[in-house]
Design a protein around this ligand. Structure first.
Ligand code: SAH
Length: 223
């Protein structure tokens, strides 16, 4: 059953014409992945509005333009091994799965078990389980068993770049992470060349907090 195709095309064409996203591979992936399938049933009608939306347990899925901007900055290539911290609904991970096929793999970590379980089911239902592996754990520690990663993307705001994530970034790798507190952060691109790491600020963003050993301690102490 094909649903929301026209709405999805309209959204992607809007991102294209406003110049937010220029990478055609990213735009094509956004045309293919059905965002509504990642949302709770009562939110599906809003899936193709360019807006962040609640996905349950106090968490949110980013607005499509932000997802597009992040995917473009990550510069994903077929064959890449990718680590995502904060699977949430799994939408961003599925898009990355499209971009690293063939030969690549996305490991996405979620600390909230109900969300992680639901994301895993969605991957199976939509046929992304061969390219996206959902792991329930504290992602502020990274995922050492599959390191190093060509790309790392963090979907929650950290007080600083967690050391384990720097250590798990491959040579010539790229990491995107929102850094800062108080409901407003800088989206930071970290690149590695050999032993040297470089940070570039890409602008202001608003993300939910990264909770964990190398993140914020808990929701009540947040930011
Ligand atoms: N990328 C997601 C949106 C994620 S919202 C999507 O496409 O839907 C951020 C997510 O990060 C939330 O689900 C939150 O539970 C998770 N999170 C916060 N701290 C975490 C940690 N230390 N490890 C793993 N996930 C974490």
């Amino acid at each position: 059953m094909i649903m929301y195709e026209a709405e999805r095309s309209r959204l992607v064409n809007g991102l294209r014409s406003r110049g937010y996203v220029t990478d055609e591979r990213v735009l094509e992936a956004m045309e293919r992945v059905p965002r509504h399938e990642f949302l709770p049933p009562d939110m599906r009608d809003q899936a193709y509005i360019d807006s962040p939306l609640p996905i349950g347990m106090g968490q949110t899925i980013s607005a499509p333009h932000m997802v597009g901007i992040m995917l473009q900055a990550l510069d994903l290539q077929p064959g890449n091994k990718v680590l995502e911290i904060g699977a949430g609904s799994g939408y961003h991970a599925a898009l990355m799965g499209e971009l690293v096929r063939p030969g690549g793999m996305v490991y996405t970590v979620e600390r909230l078990e109900p969300l992680g379980r639901r994301a895993k089911e969605t991957m199976e239902r939509l046929g992304y389980d061969d390219v996206v592996d959902v792991v329930i754990a504290d992602g502020s520690l990274g995922l050492p068993e599959h390191a190093p990663y060509d790309r790392i993307t963090v979907a929650a705001a950290a007080p600083d770049v967690p050391k384990p994530l720097e250590e798990q970034l491959a040579d010539n790798g790229r990491m995107l992470i929102p850094v800062g507190g108080q409901g407003y952060q800088d989206l930071v691109l970290v690149t590695r060349k050999g032993d040297s790491l470089e940070r570039t600020g890409l602008g202001g963003v608003v993300f939910v907090p990264l909770i964990g050993e190398h993140g914020y301690r808990d929701q009540s102490l947040r930011m």
